[in-house]
Every structure is written in structure tokens, then in C-alpha cells.
Design a protein around this ligand. Sequence first.
Ligand SMILES: [Zn+2]
Length: 405
Amino acid sequence: MTDRLYYHDSFLYTFEAQVLESFERNGRHAIKLDRTAFYPTSGGQVHDTGKVIIDGREVAVTEIADEEDGSILHFISELVVSGKTLHGVVDAERRRDHMQQHSGQHVLSAAFVRLFDAGTVSFHMGAESCTIDLAVKSLAPKQIQEAEKLANEIITEDRPVTIRFVALEQARQMDLRKLPPREAGDLRLIDISDFDLTACGGTHVRSTGQIGAILVRKTENVKQGIRVEFVCGLRAVRTARQDYVTLTEAAGLLSTHIYELPQQIRKSLEEAKNAAKAGQILLQELAEFYAERLLSETTGTPRLVTRVFADRDATFIKLLAQKLTAGKNDVIALLASGSGQPTLVFAQSPGQKHNMGQLLKETMAQLGGRGGGSADLAQGGLPAQTTDLKTIEAALQQLAAKLKS
Ligand SMILES: [Zn+2]
């Protein structure tokens, strides 16, 4: 058993201890001490990091883990021999952040119980944000805001947070928010004055004011209920700052105030939709115009239209091919586009004797592309940048000559 100094004082960042064991675990150096202020990963809270100083040498402490026998494992960056005394230094900034998140979780969980009888079934602390899973089917956005408000009121009141040790039997008589399933020895209770009493082994602030603030970010449905994501203290400030920077940049793009963003985005989307519709109509009209002009310039039977459009894309030449051939009985269109991926579209008026799918495949084989289609309409793409439009034009002319003869 390692004596857990953080059990009694979460603000103890330096300590002296003796190295009881030194060994390798999965290729990493590890030590066990007689006492430690380093917190191991457990109960949803992430482990501490820091350093140990031994014989004037600083060695990094990279991870802390609980062992089944009640001892604590310290993973360190270099070998440290057993039997010596060392000086431990916990990374205070990281610990303070963890205390803010973890204590904030106690307050938020208690707020959800008080207001909506929604108990917390699990807690997760991530590098960016934390989550709790609530055993409840649904919560309205207004209820989430109410819980956030109550939690922040408790923080503002700066209520004392105290640690107590009681026997399990005694704890059963108390109105605890959460009892651990089994526990050897006394239970460690965390008491937020007149608001929350729960069993917990983590590190906590001394009074709720040290949490700073709680900001609920989002909720989602999960198997066991509702997952609530939140950030506390300096993380809440960082997150709010990042949100503001993002919103300001977005608002700048639309030359509006951040609070007007949803309205402006809706307006812009509507405008974009209308512009796309208008563009579609223009494209149809343009294709009809081209079809009429190209057919008027064409003589002989069948009427053969061969054309490369350097500045048009696949959508346009496909539309044009349909306009050229539909409702006619003697048109063959061999079209190519150069905008985007170079594309070929072959089409004939329905029921003519040629097989456009087959002809396109043959032309593609010659030009180094892929494609296919039906007897009346076929389409294929060529590798972008590697295809010269003059080569395409020559291939189309060659095929046209063959079809005329
Ligand atoms: Zn706790």
C-alpha cells in the first residue's frame, strides 16, 4: 500500500518519499514509493505528471497507475535505484486543471440530480473537454441551461469543499449521491457544503469558487442516456475565447455581427440556391441555342456535329448532346469538354444504327481514358492535365469521317 498524500491535501505539489521498488514494466522504468502526492488514473480523472529529483538528478514522471494491491506505480523516464530518498514535484498547472474539471463535475452532477433526478452513471475527462452520462431518457435544452445555471450559482457562492473519512456502515446511513460498489476500509467522502455529498478518491478544490465556471458545450444521446459535454475553469475561458474568434471570423466574412450570423447564413444559403436555379435555367437555354446553331451549320445525312468546348464542363456537353439528338431522327453528336476533367460525350438520335457505347470505348482506348454507356448515349473521362484538346479534336474528326463514309 502506498500512502496517498493527495487523499488529505490536493494542493500538496511537493513531497519527500523513499523508493521501495524499481523495475521494468512493459519496457518502461517504474518505481513504487512509500508515499506519494501523484494521482493515478482512476474514477474518470486522468493521472498527474511531473518529476522526481534524486541525487540532484531530475527524472520525468510520465504516468501514474493504480495497482490491484493498493500500491501506486510511477512510470519514469530513466532508471532510479531503490532504497534512496527522492523529492517529488507534481505538475501543478495540470493538477489544478484536473481539480477544476473534476470538482466541476461533482457540482454539475449534483445539479442534474437536484433539478431533474438525473443521476450520473459515468464520467470521462479528456484533454479538451469532459463528459458525464446521465441516466435519463431526454433533457430539453432549457433544462440543460437550468442545470448549468444552478451549478454556476453554487460556484459563485464559494461553498467549502471538505474531505471526510467514514466507515461503510455509517456511509449507508448518510444521503450520499453515489456509493462505491465495494470498498475496503473507510470511505472517503467529498462534501460540498449543503449541496453534494459523495464518495470519491479524486483530487478536488477547497471551495467551489476555485472551479471558476462551468460551461456546458453539447449533449448527445447515448446507450445509457444523455451525454453532457462540459468544460470548467480556465478551460471554459479558453473554449469561450476560441468560440468567439471562430464566430468573429465567420461574421467578418459575411460583414455582420456575430449574433446576426444564423440569419445571415440562412439568407446567403437562400441566395446561393436561387443563383444555382437561375444558372441551371441559363445553361438549358444556352444548350438549346448552341444546339440550334450547330444543327443549322450541319449538312448531309446523318447530320454529324463534332465539337470540342475548351471552357465548358461535362454537365454542359451532356445537356447539349441531349438537346441535339432528342426529337430528331438523324443526328449524331461527338462532343468534348475541356473544363475540369476532359470529357467525351457521344450521342445519336434514338434508334439509329451505330453503337455509341462501343464507339466511345474504342476512342477512349485510343486516348487513354475510361467510359461507356448505351447504344444512344455514352460518356467517358480522360486524365486531367495529361490530355491535349487538339489530340481529342483529331480523334473526333477521324471518327466523324469514318461515320460519314
Ligand atoms: Zn471526486
